[in-house]
Design a binder for this molecule. Structure first.
Ligand SMILES: NC(=O)c1ccc[n+]([C@@H]2O[C@H](COP(=O)([O-])OP(=O)(O)OC[C@H]3O[C@@H](n4cnc5c(N)ncnc54)[C@H](O)[C@@H]3O)[C@@H](O)[C@H]2O)c1
Ligand SMILES: [Zn+2]
Length: 369
């Protein structure tokens, strides 16, 4: 087995390594030890992740390494301040202090909650991510966005807080339900469109292999995505400009999730529709060649059948887009492809074009795939 890769993230607030590759978990103990003296290592995870990956985690993070494990509910509906409070209180009871290390093992929900806990517990303790979903491996565990939902909306309370180490082992993906796995593949396609033409071509060639979780295909795709996220977040830690490109497909995507109240779509699936919408906008706004637009749309659709779009009026969708925390003063901004591997961000689009695109998406939805 070849040694895992080490991808460096250099943000103004912290520098850290992302250790990535098959078997990366085997080196977790040493890498955690390299973080310096710790008064205790506390595993934060969920019951579901523990039953899926417990054996793998135990093999490396046995009782020799771990002081205590804290298990919390990782349903999206439990990603809230009450869970943050419960986890913080459990840490106090378990004796965690400022020199302790939190180790978050799980998907984006575990990572977002644990990240926010790490940022706020005793005003900040060290954090190690061990992401176990594809979304978490290529996206949420890198870059330092942490936070939880409020009844008023998603991810409304949080902090930028970088981890000290990320351990990405694709072997943990073996137990991931098929729909969760496919949901992550949409984010992988996103990285190809926003900045990596070679990754995009490779996805076109090897999508079937990736759908079967082929080790070699994952071994290529996951580090490419991590390297892209590392590059972008190192240059724009707090989303003041460049980082916006990561929102390709997310303006429509978030609106679709909002109008369906987060009950119908996995996040990646909504982004799948959102990327199709943004690609159609690209044809009009940036002169994206139609043949390239067709390639992007075809690749997205090859991942699998997306849930049906809501039967709502475009007005409702636009309202949802305008109330998104990323819209500026109610003005909608889109990230649209100019080419495969190059996007333009901050594109402003008239409502009538958005209405046309929404009709076209729904027409696409009615056709057999
Ligand atoms: N912070 C960021 O930058 C960022 C980026 C993208 C998404 N997110 C957040 O991440 C969340 C979505 O994350 P997600 O897609 O990873 O989903 P998730 O955390 O909801 O996990 C999906 C399901 O898979 C289970 N699971 C996790 N790992 C498993 C494994 N190896 N085997 C079997 N089951 C496993 C979980 O218990 C859960 O039921 C959302 O809350 C989203 O807002 C954050
Ligand atoms: Zn996303």
């Amino acid at each position: 087995m070849s040694a895992p890769l080490n991808i460096k993230v250099h943000t103004p607030s912290k520098r850290y390594d992302v250790i990535c590759g098959k078997g990366a978990l085997r080196v977790a103990t040493d890498k955690i030890a390299n973080l310096g003296r710790s008064t205790g290592n506390f595993l934060l995870t969920s019951a579901k992740v523990r039953s899926a990956c417990g054996r793998q985690l135990k093999r490396t993070l046995g009782s020799r390494v771990l002081t205590a494990s804290i298990v919390f509910d990782d349903r999206e509906s439990a990603k809230n301040l009450s869970t943050v409070e419960k986890v913080c209180r459990a840490l106090v009871r378990a004796g965690a202090d400022r020199k302790s290390i939190l180790i978050a093992a799980g998907g984006g929900v575990v990572g977002d909650v644990a990240g926010f806990v790490a940022a706020s517990y005793l005003r900040g303790v060290r954090l190690v991510h061990i992401p176990t979903t594809l979304v978490a491996q290529v996206d949420s565990s890198i870059g330092g966005k942490t936070g939880v939902n409020l009844p008023e909306g998603k991810n409304l309370a949080g902090a930028f807080y970088q981890p000290d180490l990320v351990i990405v082992d694709p072997l943990t993906l073996r137990t991931l339900p098929a729909r969760e796995y496919r949901s992550g593949l949409y984010e992988v396609i996103k990285y190809g469109v926003i900045g990596d033409r070679s990754l995009f071509s490779c996805l076109e060639r090897d999508l079937e292999k990736l759908l079967k979780r082929d080790e070699a295909a994952l071994g290529y795709a996951i580090p490419r995505c991590i390297a892209a996220k590392a590059r972008i977040t190192s240059r724009d830690e707090k989303e003041s400009g460049l980082r916006e490109v990561l929102n390709f497909g997310h303006t429509f995507g978030h609106a679709i999730e909002t109008v369906t109240r987060y009950r119908v779509f996995r996040h990646g699936e909504a982004v799948g529709w959102g990327m199709i919408a943004a690609t159609l906008l690209g044809v009009v706004c940036t002169g994206l060649p139609v043949a390239y637009a067709a390639r992007i749309i075809r690749l997205v659709r090859r991942v699998g059948a997306l849930p049906l779009l809501p039967q709502c009026n475009v007005r409702k969708l636009l309202d949802a887009m305008r109330s998104d925390k990323k819209s500026r003063g109610g003005r909608l901004r889109f990230v649209v492809p100019m080419d495969i591997g190059r996007v333009k961000s901050g594109a402003e689009v008239p409502d009538d074009l958005l209405s046309t695109v929404w009709s076209e998406l729904r027409a696409l939805d009615r056709k057999p795939r």
